[in-house]
Design a protein around this ligand. Structure first.
Ligand code: G6P
Length: 614
């Protein structure tokens, strides 16, 4: 949610910032802008729309500078427009700032500034903050750093901000609370790169510092100083990035989403690699091993997540209860954080997040941690905030996911959940060694089965073309495939803008069945499992009302095709593992539907990949 980039060093800043903004565009694409400082010359260019629109708008402009900041916006305060685009400048024109987050008490500060004679060009909270900083600086006759510190003690909300000042033409001052910031240290240590994630930095350096909440960074070409809000120095902790440039490029695919769907045989393999040894009957997961007593004796597991990760949490509920016999509750992070949840000693909280930065999930965990809960993070982005505040965890190792709609991260989450549940269950003795071994072998075969599904991708393109003009879709599943139905509906609405609802297949009779006409496509996730006969009955019910049935079935199923208008068949798998496979045709169905409708599937309207505001 909003991407920010900064550069200070000997290079031309603009090309570094522009490339960085393109990499961060998945975080928001309502507008883009840059501020470039050349001695005491501050040039600010900003434009509604995507980074490409900005690029076009600035042809022929003065872009000369060795220091600059850039922003790609997901609008919160104020509609997407040129004037609400970042960077914002202070009234006296000496400061420029970009911001990712929300200043919650901006209205109060704004009215104070209005009373003092300030006026505003935009509707943003960011312009309020920069003028507040300017006001403090001029009234206290203090440095920008000091003024920022004072201002931040007053503001509530979340922020990652980068600030530049005409009077200090080689320095970027940054601060974070709740929104991510990583600083790359250039090879000769004479340049620094600042960004919301490592993707704009990776080609210049692998040495990075993740800035923590309530820290300020004062960044010059040869100097990086970290301080807390009390003006005490903090030692920067330098880590090495474990990411290759190729991982964040399209690699010959038309879209990141398609690339990421097709990467799944290898991302799932990478997730299992080094952990699962089916022949030896072992799973190695240090985060689980080191906390096995806590995990296997948990009174209850509470899963906290948002979006697609929440759907992975629902699958986890079925798996943990079945294998580990531990009661599980799955919570929307945004609800969990604002009610007064009962978290007892002996409860384990599992956070699931691709980005590791989702604001609601992060704050929910911080609160639970304050109350003494044990937090286990299942996260994709290495070094992200959620991974850092968790007591223990397991990375999904899916690699950078750029397409806004989550695909490979979801299957990675399911693979981690499965390994984790199996490990706890065998330690606890809640499953037989024979069933454990069977599931290990099945899990090992998943990458190959995913590969087999992807080989038939064009069949889904044909189905997508046939139903692309439908105004609504219903997705139905039972048991382990119920969350998959929810995920299928979410994917379709995100990527094709077709209204879609996911429902438990039996519950469909309590409402959605009223929508069934010969115009309504109903997708059944109906792989062979213990509920199969039941879901076939549900198909009959839809067929009797002339709904159009599209079914995802298991190879060898001869009954479902007789009831279906269209079907797609996937390899046989144990029902606990089936969701990792059955979701893949649904990802492809949405992708091809979006493409058939001419939608920018990597950047669908109004969405952002990393939701760092609540
Ligand atoms: C956004 C993304 C979704 C994602 C959700 C949760 O809505 O568009 O794809 O599932 O955030 O994000 P997380 O990074 O916490 O998994």
């Amino acid at each position: 949610m909003c991407g920010i980039v900064g550069y200070t060093g000997p290079r031309e800043a603009f090309p570094v910032i522009l490339k960085g903004l393109k990499r961060l565009e998945y975080r928001g694409y309502d507008s883009a802008g840059v501020a470039l400082l050349n001695q005491d010359h501050l040039n600010v260019y900003k434009k509604k729309g995507k980074v490409a629109d900005l690029e076009e708008a600035i042809i022929g402009k003065d872009l000369q500078a060795n220091i600059g900041i850039g922003h790609t916006r997901w609008a919160t305060h104020g509609e997407p427009s040129d004037r609400n685009a970042h960077p914002h400048t202070s009234a006296n024109g000496s400061l420029a700032m970009i911001h990712n987050g929300i200043i919650e008490n901006y209205a109060q500060i704004k009215s104070e500034l209005l009373n003092k004679g300030y006026s505003f060009k935009s509707d943003t909270d960011t312009e309020v903050l920069i003028n507040f900083i300017e006001y403090i600086q001029s009234n206290n006759d203090c440095s920008l750093e000091e003024a920022l510190r004072i201002a931040l003690k007053r503001v509530t909300g979340a922020y990652c901000i980068l600030l530049i000042e005409k009077d200090n033409p080689d320095t970027i001052i940054a601060a974070r609370k709740g929104s991510p910031l990583v600083i790359g240290i250039g090879k000769g240590r004479d340049e620094h790169f600042l960004a919301s994630d490592a993707s704009p930095i990776i080609e210049y350096t692998k040495e990075v510092v993740y800035v923590n909440d309530y820290e300020l960074a004062i960044v010059k070409p040869g100097e990086l100083i970290l301080k807390n809000l009390g003006n005490e120095k903090v030692t920067p902790y330098v880590t090495k990035l474990d990411m290759e440039l190729a991982a964040i490029e399209k690699g010959g695919y038309d879209h990141f989403m398609l690339k990421e769907i097709f990467e799944q045989p290898s991302t799932i393999y990478d997730c299992l690699r080094g952990r699962l040894d089916a022949a030896a009957g072992t799973i190695t997961m240090s985060g689980v091993e080191q906390n096995i007593e806590q995990l296997k004796n948990a009174n209850r597991i509470m899963i906290v997540a948002c979006g697609t990760s929440w759907h992975a949490g629902l699958v986890a509920e079925y798996i943990f209860e079945e294998l580990c016999r531990i009661p599980v509750e799955v919570e929307y992070a945004s609800e969990f954080r604002y009610r007064n949840p009962i978290v007892n000693k002996g409860d384990v909280i599992i956070a699931i997040s691709q980005s590791g930065e989702t604001a609601d999930t992060l704050v929910a965990l911080e609160k639970a941690k304050e109350n003494g809960a044990f937090i286990f993070g299942i996260v994709n982005v290495v070094g992200s905030s959620i991974s850092r505040i968790s007591h223990a965890g397991a990375y999904t190792h899916a690699g950078p996911e750029i397409g806004v709609a989550s695909t490979k991260a979801f299957t990675g989450q399911l693979a981690v959940i499965m390994m984790m549940a199996l490990k706890i269950a065998i330690e606890k003795g809640s499953i037989t060694p024979e069933y454990y071994k069977k599931l290990l072998l099945e899990l090992q075969d998943v990458p190959e089965k995913v590969d087999a599904i992807l080989k038939n991708a064009e069949e889904l393109q044909v189905i997508a073309d046939k139903y692309k003009d439908a105004s609504d879709f219903l997705f139905l599943g039972r048991g382990y495939n119920f969350p998959v139905a929810l995920e299928g509906a979410l994917k379709l609405k995100e990527i094709s803008y077709i209204h879609a609802e996911g429902y438990p297949a039996a519950e469909m009779k309590h409402g959605p069945i009223a929508l069934v006409t010969s115009q309504l496509p109903v997708v059944f996730v109906a792989t062979k499992d213990s509920y199969h006969e039941k879901i076939v009955s549900n198909m009959q019910e839809i067929k009797a009302r002339r709904g159009k049935i599209i079914s995802i079935i298991t190879d060898g199923d001869t009954v479902s095709p007789t009831l279906s208008d269209d079907w797609f068949s996937i390899p046989m798998a144990d029902e606990l593992i089936a969701p990792i496979l059955s979701v893949i045709p649904l990802q492809l169905l949405s992708y091809y539907t979006g493409i058939a409708k001419g939608i920018d599937v990597d950047k669908p309207r109004n969405l952002a990949k990393s939701v760092t505001v609540e």
